[in-house]
Ligand binder design. Structure first.
Ligand SMILES: Nc1ncnc2c1ncn2[C@@H]1O[C@H](COP(=O)(O)OP(=O)(O)O)[C@@H](O)[C@H]1O
Ligand SMILES: [Mg+2]
Length: 381
């Protein structure tokens, strides 16, 4: 690289234009970088914040290749992208965060489980089923969770199989059947890793799910864990991330089971819902951190300023269409509550429309306020 090229302001592309891209763009505004977004929906949350918007399908080879070929680096905000195009771009010298090889492993839930097994990373026992017939034959393995290899999103593509009667609800395509874990806690840890292999760990967060929608609902930081469990969690998350041998940022989702054992559930090789609270509650947010990794700056400080809780703002039942936010002013009056609405024009039941992060020294205060927010701030039509 010549001195002139070094001085040039880097042009970075994001595949996908949802809320994660939007928050990445908000953080990019602080750095010498121009950001390009590829996304099919010209009204997506990222479209109006980037320097250059390209309408196109992130799953299409030509769309991704043509978008990336003149850029310095690319990152993703969703795994469901054309990996072949990224591999070609990587060969031609475009940096990809995370590396396409990591995406290949993670995109497919079967390969992802095999990765954990091959690297001695604790994860629930599993078998692979090619079709429904093979699932029927695996009845001895239940209670279990059936997960489609590719194409699942936000809880669709995951089916609980408790009894033999549930077997018909499984997937008739290559899938993984995992033993049902007796979950004590669901946690996630964000880990950043740069080109030099230096790492930065955020404190793990603890999650609560909406049992009906299977979407992340509330999330407490830091997770309440014994020191011993915390050490296990950190060691496992680091092993998962280091073995990928790729710079980037990763969200490692784990279960603490009723014996206190820690099992990896799945990993996202990108900024993630479980890091949203880092925008206000930590010195360096996950979005800021990813730019530091991509632009090869020093890693940031992951320490918390205060404990926090994050509430997802989900489209209200029975409301589909142009959105209006009920209760916004009431929430904006609350101390230390930070509202993020993602700029989606249309709401529908269960759609992630925004999130609110609350900061406080007191857990009771966090729980009380987040419950109030959940009941007050409602996306309706
Ligand atoms: N082996 C398992 N045992 C118990 N619960 C599980 C298991 N696998 C997944 N779950 C539950 O299902 C949820 C969704 O599964 P996950 O694999 O994270 O899929 P996704 O996040 O892609 O929808 C998890 O957050 C967890 O609550
Ligand atoms: Mg998950």
């Amino acid at each position: 690289m010549t001195a002139d090229q070094k001085k040039k302001i880097p042009a970075i592309g994001i595949l996908g234009g949802g809320q994660l891209g939007r928050m990445l763009l908000q953080a990019a505004a602080n750095y010498p970088v121009t950001v390009h977004v590829l996304e099919n929906d010209a009204d997506c949350p990222s479209a109006h914040l980037c320097h250059h918007f390209t309408k196109g399908d992130i799953r299409d080879f030509d769309a991704v290749y043509n978008f990336g070929k003149n850029l310095d680096a690319l990152t993703i905000e969703i795994e469901n992208v054309n990996v072949e195009a990224l591999e070609k771009l990587e060969k031609e010298g475009v940096k990809i965060f995370p590396k396409p090889a990591v995406l290949r492993t993670i995109k497919n839930k079967i390969r992802q489980k095999e990765y954990y097994r091959d690297h001695q990373i604790p994860t629930s026992a599993f078998i692979i089923t090619e079709n429904l017939r093979e699932l029927e034959e695996a009845a001895g393995f239940i209670p279990a969770v059936h997960k489609i290899g590719e194409g699942g999103y936000d809880g669709k593509g995951v089916q609980l199989i408790r009894t033999r009667e549930d077997l018909v609800k499984g997937f008739d395509s290559p899938s993984v059947l995992e033993k049902l874990v007796p979950i004590q806690k669901e946690i996630a840890q964000m880990v950043a890793i740069n080109e030099k292999g230096e790492t930065a760990l955020y404190p793990p967060v603890e999650m609560l799910f909406d049992p009906e929608l299977n979407l992340l609902d509330y999330q407490l930081c830091p997770a309440e864990l014994s020191t011993q469990t915390l050490y296990k969690v950190e060691a496992i998350a680091l092993t998962v991330v280091r073995n990928f041998k790729s710079p980037g940022i990763f969200a490692v989702e784990m279960f603490v089971d009723t014996n206190g054992d820690v099992l990896v559930n799945e990993t996202a090789p990108r900024v993630h819902n479980s890091g949203h609270h880092t925008i206000e509650a930590h010195y360096c947010s996950q979005f800021d951190m990813l730019w530091r990794v991509i632009l090869d700056y020093p890693l940031g400080n992951t320490d918390a300023l205060l404990p926090s809780i994050m509430v997802n703002i989900i489209g209200s039942d029975g409301h589909s269409g142009d959105v209006r936010y009920e209760g916004l002013e009431e929430v904006l009056k609350m101390d230390n509550a930070f509202v993020h609405l993602y700029g989606k024009m249309q709401t529908k039941p269960g759609r992630k429309m925004g999130h609110v992060t609350v900061l406080s020294h007191e857990k009771q205060d966090l729980l009380h306020k987040s419950n109030r927010i959940k009941r007050t701030l409602l996306p309706k039509t």
